[in-house]
Design a protein around this ligand. Structure first.
Ligand code: PHE
Ligand code: ZN
Ligand code: ZN
Ligand code: ZN
Ligand code: CA
Length: 293
């Protein structure tokens, strides 16, 4: 798998920050900064050969949008999907929540194109609208797919907050080792993320797989899922600070849902590692790639 460039990830975050600055300080559902964020991501994907689709929905009297990007090729009956929510709260620009996940998913999609990866599975990427209002966009996507299309999705990888300034390294507990676990196949996803972090000697701990982000609509339909998270309003314990460094007694993200969730609110090593971890997991789970002939 490629080493995802931290500079490229941060360039996407700068774009999201500029979009917020130019649109009243926010990229929230129903605000022009949301649509501008979507147009930025779509433009990058269209330029490298993705088939992109904008899915519209209405919520709270405003039009919302999901962006779906398909990489041509692979088995159409075996889809590996990765996704992140692209909306912020109204209070701020949403750079860690969730410019970070959106940048990682975008940069991995661009790396697929750069390497002309031709895996056995079909690769799909999604950027969700209106997550902050209750997982609206992702639930709209999964519930409108229909049973036949849903059954083709063999795995969903979710990234929501992967650059927290006082980070933890949490994986959704797909195997149920510390909770109820996820649909069949979720353990393999968790273990693939874990294998990457083991390879770079960064310890990982479970976090609840309880539906607090956009994987919720996927697991409700029995689709295997997983993902990573570096922490939100929760307080880092002294044991966690021993494990990961950073500051005990402080939130993982002190700017969670606040106006200070700017490009300054990012831990660079955490963001870089999560880009690399998603690339590793996509490459591993997508099946052997064929080099271009
Ligand atoms: N979904 C939450 C938000 O966007 C963040 C979160 C992600 C919380 C994953 C817990 C686990 O605000
Ligand atoms: Zn890297
Ligand atoms: Zn979020
Ligand atoms: Zn949020
Ligand atoms: Ca686990």
């Amino acid at each position: 798998p490629p080493d995802i460039s931290l500079a490229n990830l941060k360039a996407h975050l700068s774009q999201f920050q500029t979009i917020a600055n130019n649109n009243g300080g926010t990229r929230a559902h129903g605000r022009p900064g949301y649509r501008a964020s979507l147009d930025y991501v779509k433009g990058r994907l269209d330029a490298v050969g993705y088939t992109t689709t904008i899915q519209s929905f209405t919520y709270n009297g405003a039009t919302g949008y999901n962006l779906i990007a398909d990489w041509p090729g692979g088995d159409p009956n075996q889809v590996l999907m990765s996704g992140s929510h692209l909306d912020s709260v109204t209070a701020g620009p949403g750079i860690n929540d969730n410019g970070s996940g959106s940048a990682a998913v975008l940069e991995v999609a661009l790396a697929v194109a750069r390497e002309n990866l031709q895996p056995s599975k079909h690769l799909r990427f999604g950027w969700w609208g209106a997550e902050e209002l209750g997982l609206i966009g992702s639930n709209y996507y999964t519930s409108n797919l229909g049973a036949t299309e849903r059954a083709k999705i063999k795995g969903y990888l979710n990234y929501d907050m992967v650059g927290s300034p006082n980070p933890g390294y949490f994986t959704y507990d797909g195997d149920g080792s510390s909770g109820s676990g996820g649909p069949a196949g979720s353990a393999e996803i968790e273990n693939t993320f874990r294998a990457y972090f083991t390879s770079i000697n960064v310890p990982v701990r479970d976090t609840a797989f309880d539906g607090r982000s956009d994987y919720g609509g996927f697991i409700r339909y029995g689709i295997a899922a997983g993902g990573m998270f570096t922490g939100a309003e929760g307080i880092k314990s002294s044991a966690q600070a021993q494990l990961w460094g950073g500051t005990a007694g402080q939130a993982f993200d002190r700017c969670y849902h606040r106006s200070c969730d700017t490009t300054a609110n990012i831990n660079d090593p955490a963001l870089d590692r999560h880009g690399d971890a998603l690339a590793y997991t996509v490459w591993t789970l997508a099946g052997a790639g064929q080099p271009p002939g």
